[in-house]
Design a protein around this ligand. Structure first.
Ligand code: PEP
Ligand code: MG
Length: 319
């Protein structure tokens, strides 16, 4: 019985009318791999790399990083592994880095902003990624992007890293996919422009929700306002999926909303191609996908976008 359940968990998630939805896992360190595989993850939709920096007493070296990335790529044997570049700043501090305190850290110098102004630190990570990428299907993802110049700058550092490595005689990933997280409202609203620069986009609803609803994701006092199923967030999700489809690229979601089983039908109806979540919810979300038909899901999502609050939206799929 256990074997049958595992086999079922491992099989693809295809809607009743034949649309494949890729169901991936979010992981925070290589040790999470086992659970992801056991639960039937078809890939990794978000590998948060902060652990390398936070659980350390020095900037992680290229070798230390390449080892960690290679472990995950090897374990997934050619299936997609989306590795997110460093998302530091905000509420995360590095004892060895002496980062200045900011009054509004979530609106401050975090993630891609930090990386672009610290190119040496960023390039060490990009070099490690390119080296590890020979072991599998590497997708590189930049967090907190809000404009085209950031993407171009990051891509040019990636190219610099590649040519350095090649000159030094290292083997490097030939064609890693390069994408961005959509977690700032500005990025969702201009997704049509950003989509032209990348191979994929993945919606980070945890941050997108806090920025759209002006509700700090960690502040208990505004927790009742913080709900990713808010129609304003869902409208941004629809806008992003439509823009990606126009450009022929895929849209994933790797924020917590992706793993909310009550929202699977709405999310498929909004146009997402890939959902990435904590491993534990993968089997249930896959089961949901198999019951869905895309046309009614689209109608349901259209209806969700007309609602005024998240409670109404969550109750829709229960009908
Ligand atoms: C997000 O913001 O939705 C996300 C997945 O990134 P993190 O939770 O690491 O900020
Ligand atoms: Mg985020």
């Amino acid at each position: 019985l256990r074997r049958a359940a595992l086999e079922k968990a491992g099989s693809d998630a295809v809607t009743a009318d034949g649309k494949r939805i890729q169901v991936f896992a979010n992981i925070g360190r290589p040790a999470d791999l086992e659970t992801a595989l056991q639960n039937g993850a078809e890939g990794i939709g978000l590998f948060r790399t902060e652990f390398l920096y936070l659980e350390n007493d020095h900037w992680p070296t290229e070798e230390e990083q390449a080892d960690a990335y290679a472990k995950v790529l090897k374990a997934f044997e050619g299936k997609p592994v989306v590795i997110r570049t460093l998302d530091i700043g905000g509420d995360k501090d590095l004892p060895y880095a002496d980062l200045p305190t900011e009054e509004n850290p979530f609106l401050g110098h975090r993630a891609i902003r930090f990386c672009l102004s610290n190119p040496e630190i960023f390039k060490t990570q990009l070099r490690a990624l390119l080296r590890a990428g020979v072991h599998g299907d590497l997708w590189i993802m930049f967090p907190m992007v809000e404009n085209v110049s950031e993407i171009r700058e990051a891509k040019s550092l990636l190219e610099e890293a590649r040519s350095e490595l090649e000159k030094e005689g290292h083997a490097v990933a030939q064609q890693p996919k390069v994408g961005i997280m959509i977690e700032v409202p500005a990025a969702a609203v201009t997704a049509d422009v950003l989509a032209k620069e990348v191979d994929f986009m993945s919606i980070g609803t945890n941050d997108l929700t806090q920025y759209t609803l002006a509700a700090d994701r960690g502040n208990e006092r505004v927790a009742p306002l913080y709900d990713a199923a808010h129609p304003a967030v869902l409208r941004l999700v629809r806008q992003t999926c439509d823009a990606a489809r126009q450009e022929g690229i895929i849209t994933g979601m790797c924020g917590e909303l992706a793993g909310d089983p009550k929202m699977t039908e709405v999310l498929v109806g909004l146009g997402l191609d890939e959902l990435s979540m904590s491993a534990g919810t993968i089997p249930e979300v896959k089961e949901n996908v198999r019951r869905i038909e895309t046309a009614p899901a689209r109608t349901l999502a259209d209806e969700a976008l007309t609602k005024s609050d998240p409670v109404e939206i969550r109750s829709l799929s229960g009908k």
